[in-house]
Design a protein around this ligand. Structure first.
Ligand SMILES: Nc1ncnc2c1ncn2[C@@H]1O[C@H](COP(=O)(O)OP(=O)(O)OP(=O)(O)O)[C@@H](O)[C@H]1O
Ligand SMILES: [Mg+2]
Length: 267
């Protein structure tokens, strides 16, 4: 692939995935098929196993039972073709410039310098940071740091991008800008995206499909909502508001279950 080409999405399949930590199921029985290039949001109460599922696809966490497949191949560990964007910008290397953070993956893969420079130029530009390429992460705002994380992942031309509440720590205005940016970048590069959020509006704005999860422990995928509204979406449209309401009700039930479980455990 050349630096100018778009990465193409991978097909992700979870088949009856169970993940147990210390004898307790974090995820009980999760199955889903995600199409190449699909944008899927995962919503659910705290502790239901969203990050765990993302970590399974990333290859950071092994399944206890079942299977996680990408393009039909079982996930056996981390790989640059599956990149993760974390909520915290601590994921960046503070001692490397923006351009060097982005070049890090290609450098590890021994991509020749000339080609590496092309990749950095493409992705620094794609995330709108060409003017800040020589800065260090501590010299960036929260939104800019998240752009660097996204560019650093995309520089590996991944087929699957995993995003774990990537904008959870940003202020509302910056978050809105970043949501539009992620949508634009996805439309340009078209990886498969699995995106965890607590923000229902964010899911309605971005997802081709929203999956909700049941309360943990033993979280499962509860229901799915296909969103076929044209993009860019208007969250004040009647359909978006209706969808928001349905998702809120769906999740509220699970959040109250989580609270009851916590109360029981507290005695
Ligand atoms: N490495 C681990 N070791 C032990 N338990 C873990 C580990 N990772 C997650 N868990 C447990 O698994 C359950 C699911 O955690 P997970 O982080 O996937 O939830 P989440 O849905 O991402 O929650 P949040 O919305 O708060 O981020 C929780 O009970 C958590 O304590
Ligand atoms: Mg989480």
């Amino acid at each position: 692939m050349t630096a100018g080409s778009a990465s193409s999405g991978g097909a992700v399949s979870l088949r009856r995935v169970r993940v147990t930590f210390d004898g307790t199921d974090a995820v009980a029985d999760a199955s889903v098929d995600i199409a190449p290039g699909e944008f899927v949001c995962l919503l659910g109460p705290s502790g239901c196993g969203k990050s765990t599922l993302l970590n399974v696809v990333a290859g950071f966490v092994a399944v206890t039972d079942g299977e996680a497949l990408v393009d039909g191949q079982p996930v056996r560990g981390p790989d640059v073709s599956r990149g993760m964007v974390f909520q915290s910008s601590d994921a960046l290397f503070p001692w490397l410039r923006v351009s060097e953070n982005i070049a890090f993956g290609p450098r590890m893969r021994r991509v020749p310098k000339g080609r590496r420079d092309e990749i950095v130029a493409r992705y620094v530009d794609l995330v709108g940071l060409a003017h800040a390429a020589d800065r260090f992460p501590p010299q960036l705002s929260g939104g800019m740091k998240q752009r660097v994380q996204i560019a650093r992942v995309l520089a590996n031309e991944p087929s699957v991008v995993l995003m774990d509440e990537p904008f959870g720590a940003l202020d509302a205005q910056t978050r809105e800008v970043m949501q539009r940016e992620v949508e634009r970048i996805w439309q340009e590069t078209h990886p498969t995206i699995l995106f965890v959020t607590h923000d229902i509006d964010e899911a309605v704005l971005l997802a081709d499909r929203v999956l909700t999860m049941t309360a943990g422990p033993s979280g499962r995928i509860k229901s799915e909502y296909r969103i076929e509204l044209p993009r860019p979406r208007d969250e004040t449209s009647e359909e978006a508001i209706e969808l928001h309401r349905a998702l809120r009700n769906d999740i509220a039930v699970e959040v109250s279950k989580t609270l009851r479980t916590q109360e029981r455990m507290a005695g």
